[in-house]
Design a protein around this ligand. Structure first.
Ligand code: FAD
Length: 388
């Protein structure tokens, strides 16, 4: 069956592929300007799902992300559900904790729950009468000449849909982006870093946070590190970033404890030795990829945003934030060019590619900064503080 995406008026129809963080927010942006929006998401509706699969449990929301939420009236609501983190808290090997502020007094980033944020954004998108949600719709392929998209539904049946604009927000392994690879003069690079990541939960102690909550805790150990962000249920999600070959060296519960005893001794009583031994082997370490490409558009029919355009390594805490900023930048260019896609799309590529590539480079730089340089900077800072 072939259909045109729902057309309730003579307005242009936008198909947003991917209902993750950036896709769901983007649907709000397009719907707010009155365009007819159809969102297609391969997963079931996560608001009804028992288990929400995905990447990090929580993430850091910062200024550029908040600005985008503000545009669609969601900033206050999301900020109220986040936990402010005013500084990094550096844990040295001897157990000493030392804060390094993120900015001036009163400035902070927020720890937010990924699944909850995604749910809020989907609900917000759905409140617009000109938005239609299609869950369990996986984009299989699309034709760059005709703009015809083929989706596979849960029961294996296929649906073909056409829209005026296809917005690829389908993440780092984007199916929308696959068509770009066939084009001449499309630059593309993908780099896996040697590190993987593993998430561990630090439970509350006597109903309270086990560590000071308003910090992003970091245990920098030069070639690897662990970080911890607070959650509303008073747990911390600890993320261990380490080369895959080091993860693979640890094969027994005793080795896990030995490793933590050597590098993160203060966390063993807080996470619990039994929990640690169990959770370390629950899931294998996950890979991290950095993707750069250029251009972000094809003609006047398709544009990439979020991780589909620029997956970055997570050490700068800016992947989602940059994806949210993509939505504002696109929105502003839509105003500038009176929603003429043939002018908006190339301008978006022109303006956005250099900025997103810069974020990707900064994230790669911070990959070393967080696990190693922070140690030496802290050393200088501590000497300075000790001297005043
Ligand atoms: P995704 O979140 O990947 O969403 C893509 C959506 O598309 C998914 O819902 C998927 O199911 C759907 N989809 C995929 N393929 C198809 C298809 N063929 N058809 C239909 N739908 C499809 N960023 C920050 O700003 N701050 C942080 O602190 C931070 N921490 C991070 C920590 C870790 C460990 C990791 C891995 C990432 C972190 N990030 C952080 C980055 C952030 O997770 C991403 O930048 C963000 O999720 C990008 O959102 P997105 O919507 O573009 O892609």
């Amino acid at each position: 069956m072939e259909r045109s995406a729902s057309r309730q008026s003579r307005k242009k129809v936008v198909a947003v592929v991917g209902g993750g963080l950036v896709g769901a927010l983007n649907a709000c942006f397009f719907a707010k300007r009155g365009l007819d929006v159809e969102l297609f998401e391969s997963r079931e509706d996560i608001r009804r799902a028992k288990i929400v699969k995905g990447r990090s449990i929580n993430l850091a929301l910062s200024h550029r992300g908040r600005q985008a939420l503000k545009h669609v009236g969601l900033e206050e609501k999301i900020v109220a559900q986040g936990i402010p983190m005013h500084a990094r808290m550096i844990h040295s090997l001897d157990g000493k904790q030392s804060p390094i502020p993120y900015g001036r007094k009163g400035q902070y980033i927020l720890s937010v729950d990924r699944a909850n944020l995604n749910k809020e954004l989907l609900t917000a998108a759905e409140t617009y009468p000109n938005t239609k949600m299609n869950f369990d719709h996986k984009l299989q392929d699309w034709n760059a000449e005709t703009g015809l998209m083929t989706f596979v539904r849960l029961d294996g049946s296929k649906e073909q849909v056409k829209a005026d604009l296809i917005v690829g927000c389908d993440g780092a392994f984007s199916a929308v982006r696959k068509q770009f690879l066939r084009l001449s003069r499309f630059d593309y690079s993908q780099t896996y870093i040697p590190h993987g990541y593993m998430e561990l939960t630090m439970p509350p102690i006597n109903g309270e946070f086990a560590m000071k909550p308003n910090y992003l805790h970091i245990w920098p150990r030069n070639t690897f590190m662990m970080i911890a962000l607070p959650n509303l249920d008073k747990t911390f999600t600890c993320t261990l970033f380490m080369p895959f070959e080091d993860f693979e060296k640890i094969t027994t519960g005793d080795e896990v404890i030995e490793f933590f005893q050597k590098y993160f001794p203060d966390t063993i009583p807080l996470i619990g030795a039994d929990t640690l031994q169990r959770d370390y082997f629950r899931l294998p370490a996950q890979a991290m990829v950095s993707v750069k490409c250029n251009p972000y558009h094809i003609g006047d029919t398709c544009v990439l945003m979020g991780d589909a355009a620029h997956a970055v390594v997570p050490f700068y805490g800016q992947g989602m934030n940059a994806g949210f900023e993509d939505c504002i930048v696109f929105d502003e260019i839509m105003d500038q060019f009176n929603e003429d896609f043939s002018a908006v799309l190339p301008e978006y590529t022109r303006v956005r590619v250099p900025d997103d590539h810069a974020i990707a480079d900064l994230a790669m730089y911070n990959y070393i900064e967080m696990r190693a340089h922070v140690n030496s900077k802290w050393f200088i800072f501590r000497k300075y503080v000790d001297n005043i």
